[in-house]
Design a protein around this ligand. Structure first.
Ligand code: C2E
Ligand code: CA
Ligand code: CA
Ligand code: CA
Length: 279
């Protein structure tokens, strides 16, 4: 402890200081990353029972000059706290829409939708709807090819605001998926009132299929619920053929996971598509 003035004791914890230093370094570097083009999108294929690619999810990576490829879990929480998630989120949306536009010329890519993750802070911006509309118009993107992934907790945090914004964006032709479905506390009554196109079964329920009775029940219930509400259902985190078989047997016919492919850089995605969706 270091004495400051007469009665003030200030306890200096070096590990805490180190953590604070790392944070501010990370923040400075993240600003540079955004300006300097170090952010990259990877794309994870979403496939049907015939292993045809029916869509991709855009997943953010930071190509750090020293640290290499940094996963989103290592910088998105900080970006959400300091607000950098707003320009980052716009960059992701803009990049996805620009790609969708470019893909329209290629028969292999033309019908492929891109799913983009939206953070709560980004979605709660009063002008979020206008931002989405503006980006779609800038690139003259087919809105039906863009899918926004919202989590249950995001929607629940302000249901009124969520429903209003979703309805406006839906009216533009954009589609919605409920990400990590089953991990929040959605009530059935409002689930039916949301303009959702797809439920994504969270990977935590897929991991122990088949065998873990509770997870089997949850997975089956989500599939039944999606069918009843005329929504698509996709399972994420599918790593084994037995998981896939269980899901198919219970009516889930679209999948995302390492069994098919990890998230890929663009060139590798094109290669993957050439092999699986040959035209
Ligand atoms: P998420 O949206 O639930 O994305 C799925 C995560 O599961 C991805 O991690 C993906 O690489 C991983 N994954 C895919 N298949 C498998 C599998 O078979 N097994 C296992 N164990 N994992 C699998 P990733 O890319 O590290 O992303 C983590 C999270 O970061 C995402 O979770 C999403 O919440 C967030 N995120 C990613 N990109 C963005 C973005 O552009 N904006 C925002 N706001 N969040 C993003
Ligand atoms: Ca997602
Ligand atoms: Ca997810
Ligand atoms: Ca997740």
């Amino acid at each position: 402890a270091k004495r400051l003035g007469r009665n003030t004791l200030c306890f200096f914890d070096p590990s805490m200081q180190a953590a604070l230093d790392l944070r501010s370094t990370l923040e400075t570097e993240l600003r540079q990353a955004l300006k300097g083009g170090q952010l990259r999108l990877f794309f994870q294929p979403q496939v049907d029972v015939a292993r045809q690619v029916i869509g991709v999810e855009a997943l953010l990576r930071w190509q750090h000059p020293q640290r290499g490829l940094v996963p989103p879990g290592d910088f998105i929480p900080l970006a959400e706290e300091n607000g950098l998630i707003l320009p980052i989120g716009l960059w992701v949306l803009d990049s996805a829409c620009a790609l969708l536009k470019a893909w329209q010329k290629d028969p292999l890519l033309r019908d492929l939708p891109i799913a983009v993750n939206v953070s709560a802070r980004q979605f709660r911006q009063p002008d979020f709807v206008a931002q989405v509309q503006h980006i779609l118009e800038t690139h003259a993107t087919h809105p039906g090819r863009l899918k926004l992934e919202l989590t249950e907790s995001l929607v629940l945090e302000d249901v009124e605001d969520s429903i209003a914004k979703m309805a406006s964006i839906k009216a533009l032709g954009v589609r919605f998926a409920m990400d990590d479905f089953g991990t929040g506390y959605s009530s059935l009554s409002y689930l039916a009132t949301l303009p959702l196109d797809q439920l994504k079964i969270d990977q935590s329920f897929v991991r122990n299929l088949p065998g873990k009775k509770n997870d089997e029940t949850i997975a089956r219930t989500i599939i039944t619920m999606a069918q009843g509400l005329a929504m698509e259902v996709i399972a994420e985190g599918v790593e084994t053929e037995v998981q896939r078989t269980f899901l198919e047997a219970h009516g889930c016919v679209t999948y995302q996971g390492y069994l098919f492919s990890p998230p890929l850089p663009l060139e590798a995605l094109y290669e993957f598509l050439r092999r699986s969706n040959a035209v």
